[in-house]
Design a protein around this ligand. Structure first.
Ligand code: KIV
Length: 268
C-alpha cells in the first residue's frame, strides 16, 4: 500500500488504521487487512511506562518502526514523529523524518500539526516523504491544551478547518482528526479531498484509527471514545498466574519439557 492508494480511497470505502509497536502485533494487524499501521508515539504511555508521549525519542521510534515494517507486507507503515523532533529546525526535522524512511523502512510519517507544520509538510512532501497531518487533540501539546476535546468553540473549529485546508494544499496525503465534535469532522471531511481518519471524531470521517492496546483490551484504561473488542489483559493475567503457580508447585517443567543426554553421565 502506498500513500497515493490511501488518498484514492477518500469517499470510496472506509479506511482502517490501527497502531502497532512490535513485530508480532504488526503481523496480526497486517493479516487482518488493516490499511495503515501507525507506530504511534502513544507507545510512550502504552508500552514504555511514561506518563505522556513527550519523553519518546527519535531513536526509540526508529527502532519500533523498523520492527513493525519487518513484519508488514501490505499495510502502509507510518512513523509518528515524536515531540520536538520537528517544528523547531527544518533541517533537523528533515533528517529525523528521513531516518524513518531510510533506516526504519516506514512508508510515511505523521506530524502533530499546527501553523508550524504547513511549510514543513510541503517541504517533506516535495522531498518524497509522505506526510499524514494530525489536528484536533494533539497530545504533544498537552502542557498547553490539556488532553481535552478540541474544536468545541466556533473559533477553534474554524482554526481546525483552515489548518486542514492548508495541510491538504501543502501535500499531506491524509489527516487524523482526534477528539473533535462529529459535526466538525464531517465539515472537514466535506471540505477537503484527502481522507480524514477519525479518533473520537464520530462516524463521518473517511476512516478510523484506534490504539491497539485499547482495541485488544490490554490497557488498564480505555478512552471514552474508544472500544475494547477483546480482553487480552485478563488472558495475560491468567496465563502469568498459572505459570507462577506451576513453577511454585513443581508441576512445571514436566518430563515432556526436559531432556536428558546419556553421553554426559560421566560428568558426574
Ligand atoms: O500516537 C498515536 O497512537 C496517535 C493516534 C492516537 C492517532 O497519534
Amino acid at each position: 500500500m502506498r500513500a497515493k492508494d490511501i488518498r484514492a480511497k477518500a469517499g470510496e470505502e472506509p479506511i482502517t488504521m490501527l497502531t502497532a509497536y512490535d513485530a508480532p502485533t504488526a503481523r496480526l494487524v497486517d493479516e487482518a487487512g488493516i490499511d495503515m499501521t501507525l507506530v504511534g508515539d502513544s507507545v510512550g504511555n502504552t508500552r514504555l511506562g511514561y506518563d505522556s508521549t513527550l519523553p519518546v525519542t527519535v531513536d526509540e521510534m526508529a527502532s519500533l518502526t523498523a520492527s513493525v515494517a519487518r513484519a508488514t507486507d501490505e499495510a502502509l507503515v507510518i512513523a509518528d514523529m515524536p515531540f520536538l523532533s520537528y517544528g523547531a529546525d527544518e533541517a533537523d526535522a528533515i533528517e529525523n523524518c528521513g531516518r524513518m524512511l531510510k533506516e526504519a523502512d516506514a512508508d510515511a510519517v505523521k506530524l502533530e500539526s499546527g501553523p508550524h507544520t504547513v511549510d514543513l509538510t510541503r517541504r517533506l512532501t516535495r522531498l518524497g516523504i509522505p506526510v499524514q497531518a494530525h489536528l484536533g487533540l494533539t497530545p504533544q501539546r498537552e502542557n498547553e491544551t490539556g488532553l481535552f476535546r478540541q474544536g468545541t468553540s466556533e473559533e477553534s473549529a474554524r482554526r481546525i478547518l483552515d489548518l486542514a485546508r492548508e495541510h491538504e494544499a501543502a501535500g499531506a496525503f491524509s489527516l487524523v482528526l482526534e477528539h473533535v465534535p462529529a459535526n466538525l469532522a464531517e465539515a472537514v471531511t466535506d471540505a477537503i479531498s484527502i481522507p480524514t481518519i477519525g479518533i473520537g471524531a464520530g462516524p463521518h470521517c473517511d476512516g478510523q484509527v484506534l490504539v491497539v492496546d485499547e482495541v485488544i483490551g490490554l490497557s488498564e484504561r480505555t478512552a471514552p471514545f474508544s472500544k475494547a473488542f477483546g480482553d487480552v489483559r485478563s488472558e495475560m493475567q491468567s496465563a502469568i498466574s498459572e505459570y507462577a503457580e506451576a513453577v511454585e508447585s513443581g508441576s512445571f517443567p514436566a518430563e515432556e519439557h526436559s531432556h536428558y543426554e546419556d553421553e554426559i553421565e560421566d560428568v558426574y
